[in-house]
Structures are given as C-alpha cells and as structure tokens.
Design a protein. Structure first.
Lengths: 110, 845
C-alpha cells in the first residue's frame, strides 16, 4: 500500500458522466479522465495513453476498458494497465461514490 | 461493544423464574425469532421467557414479501398473515397492536409506551425495521404521495387506484417495479421513473435490465430511465403531476416513492445506543447495551445493513438460540436475490461488475428471453446474473459460496447442472448431449437428429449444403452456431467451417447476417439486438458497437436513437482528433466554392482562438488544426454566424464534393460542373454511410477534379454526364468503374442517391464503396441502380426519407442549442491546492 497522502475532492455526480462515457477533470497541467462503465462503476485515470499520450477520455468505453482514440490501445479502467500484447500503464486515481457524488483522491501537495 | 460472556437469560437460567422479554416491532425478523425460540423451549431449552410485543402497526405479524400480491389483488390480507391472534394466545405472547414505544430507560431496564405505560424487561429486542426514504422534493407532502412499505400503504394505493387514473412510481428498484405492477393490475396508467440507466441496477447488469424493461413495458407500463424528478405539482393540496429536470410534466393522481429504505433507529438513538447507519450489533446480535438486542433491517452488522429476508432470518435464529441459553454467532450473510417481477424470473448474486482479471461467460437464448452471465475470477464464480430462466441459479450460487474452482468443465459451465461434468471440456459437449429430437432451428422446426441424418445420408460437408438440404439456419440464422456444432460433431475433421467472417469476437454472425436480421426481426436498439442475436458478451466491444450503431441508424432513420457512446470520438465530437488531443475543424464549402465574407470569418476565428495551423485539404476545403476541445462549440458558434455548417470531415458519411470551374470559367468546360457539384453536396450532406464517401464532378474529360479515383464521380461531356464509381486513392489506388451515362442533372442526382442508398444498405461497416462493389460485383450494383428503374426509385425514396432526419447541422445543435454539452466541458477544474478540508490517508492499492 502506498502511503502517499491524498485529499478527497468532490468532482461531480455520477449522472454527469454518460453511461459508457467519460468526462475530464483538469488539475493544473494534469488532466484526469473519469469513466463511467455500463455497470455504473466510476474509474479515474490520467488522461494520457501510455503509448503516445492519447486522450483516453475520448475513447470508446467497453466492459471495464477504454480503447484509445489514437491507436486503439486498450487500457483497463480499474488499474490503468494496457491489455493484450501492449505493455504500459497510466496512473490510476482512487474514487469513492457517496449517494451519487463522486470523490476523487488526488495527491496532497502539502 | 462487547459480547457478554453469557446472554442475560443464561445467568438467570439457574433460577427457575421466568424472564421478561420485550420486543419492539412485529415484523418478519422477530416473528421468525419467536418461532425458533419457542421450538427451542419446547425442546427443553433452559431459559423461559414471558414475551411482550409492541407493534406500531395495528395488526398481527404478516409476510411483508407478499404485499405485492395484495396490491395486485391476487391475495387478501388474511392470506398473508404469518401469526394470527390464536398463535399469540397459544404461546402466551402479549401483543400490543398499534402501540409504539416512546423511550427506553436503560438504567431501570424498562420501556415507556406511547400512552405512558412503563414495562420492565430482562432482555429487550429492537426490531423496528426500516423506514422508506422520501425524496425531499417540493410537493412531497401533497395528498396522493405515498411510499410502499406496509399494509397501510397498500390500502392507500388501492383506495387511490379506484378511479383508474395516472400513477407515477419514482424508483425502478424491486419495490418500485412491484408497486408499478400492482397499480397496473389495478388498471392505472403507470409510469416508472428511474434515475439510473438500468432498472434494478443493484441486482442486474445492463442486458438483464434491458430484458426486464422490455417485459415491464410489454405490460403497458411506461418506463423512463435516467430521469430526475424536481418537483411534485399539486392543486388544492392534492398531487396532480410530476415535473422532471428536463421540463417534462407527467400527470399523476398518485405518486409512489420507492427510493430505498434506511434503518429505523430513532428509539435506539434516543436511548443512547451505538448507531452508525443502523443500530450496531455484534455477532451475538447484542447492541452496545448487553441487555438490548437488535435484529432485522434496523441493524448494522460488520458495516452492512441488510434489506433482504434471508439475512434477517439468519439473525433471528442466532438471537433465538442465544435467548434460549445456547451459543450461536452471526457471521454476516452472502446475499442472492431471486425475484419474480412481472412474471420474469431473475436471479442475481455476488459481484458482477467488470474488473481486471475478470472474465465473463454469457449465454443468451433469444427465443426464450434468456440471459445468463457468470463473472469469473481466478476460475471461480464471483458474480451471477440470470433472467428468463433461473433454474441453475442455486447451482451456480452454491459454487460461488463455496469458492469452488470451475476450471474443469468450464466450457459447458454456463449451460448449467444438466451438462455438468461434460467430460473433456469440449465446447460441443452441450450439443452432443442433446437428444436427437431436440430442436435446433426454431424457424423451420429442424431437430438435431434430422440434421445428423441428412449430413450422413447426403455426405454434406458445408454449412451452405446443410442449409439447402435441411433448411436449418436458413431463416433467421441465429442457430448457425448450433448447426455448425452439430456438423462438427457429425463430421469431425471433414467439417468445412463456413468462411463468414464474424463482425467481432462477440458473435459468430457476419455483417450481412446481422444487417438482414435487423431488418427481418425489426431490431431497434443495441441491447435488443444483442439479446435477439445472442451476443456472447454482455455489452459488446469497441469493434461491434460502432458497426451496430450505424446499421441501426441506417435501417431505422426516424426511430433509432443514436448511441453516441458507440461512436468513435470524431463522430461524437464532430471534429477530427489529432495526435496531441486537439481537434481539427473543417467548415463545409459547398462544391469547394467560398467567398471573401467566408474567408474573413475563418480568419477571425483563427485569430480569436489562436488556431495554430490553417491548411487546404485534398477535398477543396480549409482545415483549422489544433483547436482545443473546450473551444469547439465556440468556434462552431462563430463559424455558424457566417453561415458555415459542419463539413463532416470526421464522418463515416458524405465528406466532400470536389468540382472544377466548368462552363462558368473554363474554356473546355462542357457543363456546369460547379453548379452540379454544389447541388449534389447540398443533396447528399449529412448522410451516414458504412465508410467515408467522397465525390467529384469534372467539367470535361480532362478531369481536373480527379473524379475517376473517387467513391462516386461525374464526368461532364457534351452529351450529358458519365457517372463512375468505386475508385480509390488511398491505401489502394484504383480507377473508377463506369456506372452509366445520363442526359440530365436530375438523372445524375437520382442515380447517385440510389447508389448511395444501395451502399448504405449493403456495405459492411468500414467498407469503402470500392470494396463493397468488388464484393457484391460491379454488375450487381449496375443491375440494382441502373437497369432496374423501379428499384432505383425505391432506393432513392429510402435515401430521401433518411435525409429528412439526417440533414441537421450537428455544429449548430451543439454550439447554439447546447446539445451534448458534457462532451465538451470538463467535469471539474481543480485548483492545485484544494481549499476543502483535507483528508489524509493511504492510497488504496
């Protein structure tokens, strides 16, 4: 377990994200993609494909994966790892849902 | 919280006097608890209790699970009574009906009832159950707004339904659907509003939710998902309607809120017992006071509050054993839900969300309305969803609970117990096990024996031959997989598997099969299609979903509701994604013509949004590259003001019609090629096609607009127009094939429309015109579009019908009307140092 301190930040409601879709959360230079799966799980990944930096938030969400819009790498939403023959991973951020409200764990800068 | 060494009854067991047990609440949990307790006492348990029950409801104990049949009229109250007055008498239980407990005095070990009476106890059981949630909406206190919890609520609903008006049920969970079914049976017009996309989303996944919704709608109940209620409207203190966040108002004489329950903890909280969401209990069902116990929906055990009956009974048995002086511990319950809603059998258990390392096995039987999905992790079942046929639910559930490895026999696991131990994990085992009289092809009534017999007698080796001789798999085609398995079983190595390339790994069906079945079986949505065609994944993949979305758009232009999440990003964002995540924007310039006013507007947009690159495309358009996604609607807004619409440079659809200047300027021009190109573009724009379509019109055979390498080209000559098609100038280089020669512009447009529509209807998704034409044959295309005038007219009519709804500028819809705003706006922008109260903790791995 990583002991890096985090802060939990409210970013919106589950219903703000289309089913099998994604929305972006912008934090300084970092863009975090929040995905909502068909089973209404919400996952957060840095919005950069490990392959060539493609914006994963713009991909097609299927099952618990997203296909990058640039070169069709398939990334697992729950851990940010590339699937299939491709290797690489993108940062995954923990999320919590309370009563439809999404909280995102981002590194605590202090 | 500490478990007492012995329950309070036990230390008294040495004495022979009777202990006083008071129970607050008379629902199913205490009812079962008392039954068990009395049985134990009869069997010689050492502790004796005199029992007093305070029930806030004015009646005996009844089976709450049976409220729905009372609402539908299938049962009466008397039918659902668990314990009648005689039972209480026989067991010497004092039941106070309609008398609530106001307070507990833990020091004195006594309770005070609502009428002021005080009653001492040696042990107290709190079984106050749960309270239905009420949405805090304006108008929630109007008459006619109910919850669905007890017999009084049912009676109120029955009273209100007498005049057969409109009912709205808020909440598409189990309780809401049961209420809707009941009110529908009472002949009310019922609408169910559900905030999520999937009905019963706590128990079902999307495909199962879809089937359930179909079943419910087939009963005449309206189901609206992803709707948020904002206000309940009323007149003279009585509800008249429900207003949704999108402004819709649904008339309602009765509103039922079925939006979940919460543990009823008021009396426990007032007594100072430890409470979180529910009353906290230990494994012995004791609260933070060792003389006070709690069971049922009001408790929280190991951070879980239960709302299903099985855990409540388990708690009841543990407490009864303890009160009888025995030892028992409650370790929490694994819950499964086996439900019957609207005559549809449902079973769900475990966790069936997708996840890393998880795999799914899906079985669908379209004709029987069956969907089964098992979610596996490390060769163990972790989740089960079944709808339509739940016979194997408990068999799967048993494996789930025992964490049994299903590695052996995994290939046939999904078929259930009947195929258990199918030997060597052979995927054909299930078919092998079928008796000869088992029907394989439902459409043509062909059984397995007849297929095997025909194959052997006529020495057939291919699917086509089997289709020809037996008719199996020759109609709807959904049994093709089964027929192939029968062939594999019968022929072994001699079986020539059919050459049809499946759409994707989710199905054995090819594109043509899928398109044909959409038409013949009138499939209108992706979930409906996946069920009817027995997709072997729950929700499809990134390959099949865009194809299916296009096929449905093409087949049902007026009715189909486009699934944007099944489109590639370019068609969702109506711009072309670039390598750095920015977009390029190409405004439409009809026939490649533009003007100073248009160019000025483009220049202004480039300056205003600091667009880094401006380039001319090969299709005679101007491409603005490097636009930030958030700016897209603003860019479109400004372009729209200058009269531009989308250039669809991103679409699997009509892209551009390239022209030369023709008779307007060119000394060789034979016809008005520019004018014809503009006409064609204005006629064809907005149409979706299997892959992109580019046209060109050249004013003479010198062919300056390069019409002879386009998908469709027109070459103007003195005598009229040569129409050519199926060229390519990309990965493949290919000159066009002649289609026909016509004399008038009208004829050009008619033939082009017919050709477009034939391609739209027959092309495989992502297949360009030249590949489609090569596959079906150029002569076949000419025969459909040129030789058969009636067919040409019919194709054009279908194209025109589709264009009526397709020619809506997507940029204006997004920039001006604000459609799909979520696509372009970030969900949130966080400062790097967030101002909120911080929480520090480990990041979960």
């Amino acid at each position: 377990m990583n002991e890096q301190p985090v802060q939990w930040v409210e970013v919106g409601r589950v219903s703000d994200i289309p089913v099998r879709g994604a929305r972006r959360v912008v934090r300084g230079e970092t863009v975090i993609a929040l995905f909502r799966t068909a089973s209404d799980r919400v996952h957060a990944l840095e919005d950069r494909c490990p392959h060539k930096g493609g914006p994963l938030s713009q991909g097609i969400v299927h099952g618990d994966c997203v296909t990058c819009p640039l070169h069709n790498w398939v990334i697992g939403l729950a851990d940010g790892r590339a699937l299939g023959a491709d290797e690489g991973a993108v940062r995954h951020y923990p999320t919590r849902i309370d009563d439809g409200l999404i909280r995102l764990a981002v590194p605590d800068p202090s | 919280m500490q478990l007492p060494d012995t329950p309070p009854g036990a230390d008294a067991s040495a004495r022979s006097d009777v202990q006083r047990l008071i129970i607050i609440g008379n629902g199913m949990a205490p009812g079962r608890m008392l039954e068990t307790l009395f049985e134990l006492v009869q069997d010689g348990a050492p502790v004796r209790w005199s029992v007093t029950i305070f029930n806030a409801e004015p009646r005996v104990n009844y089976n709450r699970l049976m409220l729905s049949p009372v609402l539908t009229g299938e049962k009466r109250y008397e039918d659902i009574v668990t314990h009648d007055d005689a039972w209480y008498e026989a067991n010497q239980v004092t039941l106070h009906k309609g008398l609530a407990i106001a307070s507990i005095d833990r020091q004195a070990r006594s309770v005070t009832d609502a009428e002021g009476g005080t009653h001492g106890y040696d042990a107290l059981v709190i079984a106050t159950g749960s309270t239905p949630n009420r949405l805090p909406l304006p108008g929630a206190d109007l008459d006619g707004v109910l919850v669905y919890r007890d017999l009084d609520d049912v009676q109120r609903m029955l009273d209100a339904s007498g005049d057969c008006g409109n009912a709205v049920v808020i909440g598409g969970g189990l309780l809401g659907l049961e209420a809707a079914d009941g009110l529908n049976a009472q002949r009310m017009r019922v609408t169910v509003l559900h905030h999520g996309a999937i009905l019963m989303d706590r128990q079902l996944d999307a495909p199962a939710g879809h089937l359930l919704q179909q079943a419910i709608e087939s009963r005449g109940i309206t189901v609206l998902t992803e709707r948020v209620t904002v206000e309940l409207l009323g007149e003279n203190g009585r509800v008249t309607g429900v207003e949704l966040s999108d402004g819709t108002v649904i008339p309602a004489d009765l509103v039922v809120m079925a939006v979940g329950i919460r543990p009823a903890t008021a009396v426990a909280a007032k007594a100072g017992l430890a409470i979180n969401r529910g009353i906290l209990v230990d494994d012995g069902m004791a609260t933070s006071d060792p003389h006070i116990f709690a069971i049922g929906e009001c408790v929280e055990h190991r951070e879980i509050c239960y709302g299903l009956v099985a855990p409540l009974y388990e708690m009841a048995n543990v407490l009864a054993t303890r009160l009888a002086g025995g030892q028992a511990n409650y370790a929490g319950s694994m819950t499964s839900a086996k439900l019957k809603v609207n005559g549809v059998d449902l079973f769900s258990a475990g966790d069936f969300a997708d996840g890393p390392g998880r795999e799914e096995i899906v079985l669908r039987d379209a004709s029987a309305g069956v969907y089964r999905r098992l979610v596996l992790e490390d060769d163990r079942i972790v989740g089960i969803v079944m709808i339509g046929d739940t016979t194997d639910g408990n068999w799967f559930y048993d494996k789930l609970k025992r964490e049994e490895s299903v590695e052996d026999g995994r290939e046939t696991l999904i078929f259930g117990q009947a195929f258990e131990g199918g030997g060597d994990a052979d995927p054909t085992a299930a078919v092998a096990a079928l008796p000869p009289e088992a029907e394989i092809c439902g459409c043509n009534g062909v059984c397995k024996g007849r297929i095997v017999d025909t194959i052997q007698r006529r020495e057939l080796t291919s699917l086509e031959e089997v289709r020809a001789h037996t008719k199996a798999s020759s109609s709807c085609g959904t049994c093709t997989g089964l027929v192939e398995q029968v062939m594999a079983l019968t022929l072994g190595d001699r079986f020539e598997r059919s050459a049809v390339t499946p759409v994707c790994p989710c199905t054995p069906l090819g594109h043509d099969d899928v398109r044909r079945l959409i038409r013949t079986r009138s499939l209108r949505s992706i979930p409906e299609l996946m069920q009817a065609l027995e997709w072997n994944s729950s929700c499809g993949c990134a390959k099949c979903r865009p194809a299916l979305n296009y096929y449905l758009v093409c087949e049902w232009p007026e009715d189909y509701s486009d699934d944007y999440q099944s489109r590639f990003i370019n068609e969702r964002a109506h711009a072309n994604i670039q390598k750095d995540g920015t977009y390029s924007v190409v405004p439409r310039m009809w026939g490649g013509m533009t003007s100073s006013q248009e160019l000025r507007a483009i220049a202004d947009v480039v300056d205003k949004f600091a667009i880094p690159s401006v380039k001319c495309t090969g299709g005679q358009r101007i491409d603005l590259l490097g636009v930030k996604k958030d700016d897209l609607p603003l860019v479109w807004h400004d372009l729209g003001k200058a009269g531009f619409v989308s250039g669809h440079a991103y679409a699997k659809g009509l892209r551009t019609v390239k022209t030369c200047v023709g008779t307007d300027w060119c000394r060789f021009g034979t016809q008005d090629s520019t004018g014809l190109g503009i006409q064609l573009e204005r006629y064809l724009w907005g149409s979706w096609t299997p892959a992109k379509v580019k046209l060109a019109v050249s004013g003479c055979p010198r062919n300056c607009s390069e019409a002879t390498c386009k998908d469709i080209g027109v070459l103007c000559v003195d005598s009229g127009y040569d129409i050519v098609f199926a060229g390519a100038a990309g990965l493949d280089i290919r000159g066009t094939e002649p289609l026909t020669h016509v004399a008038t512009e009208t004829a050009v447009i008619e033939h082009t429309a017919a050709l477009m529509q034939a391609y739209r209807e027959q092309g495989h998704y992502l297949e360009r015109i030249y590949k489609w034409a090569a596959r079906v044959g150029h002569d076949t295309v000419r025969a459909q579009v040129v030789d058969d005038a009636d067919n040409r007219a019919a194709l054009k009519a279908r194209f025109d019908r589709s264009q009526k709804v397709a020619q809506v500028d997507p940029w204006a819809a997004r920039a001006v009307q604000g459609e799909q705003r979520h696509e372009f706006e970030a969900l949130a922008t966080l400062p790097r140092q967030h101002a909120e109260p911080r929480r520090t903790g480990g990041v979960p791995a």
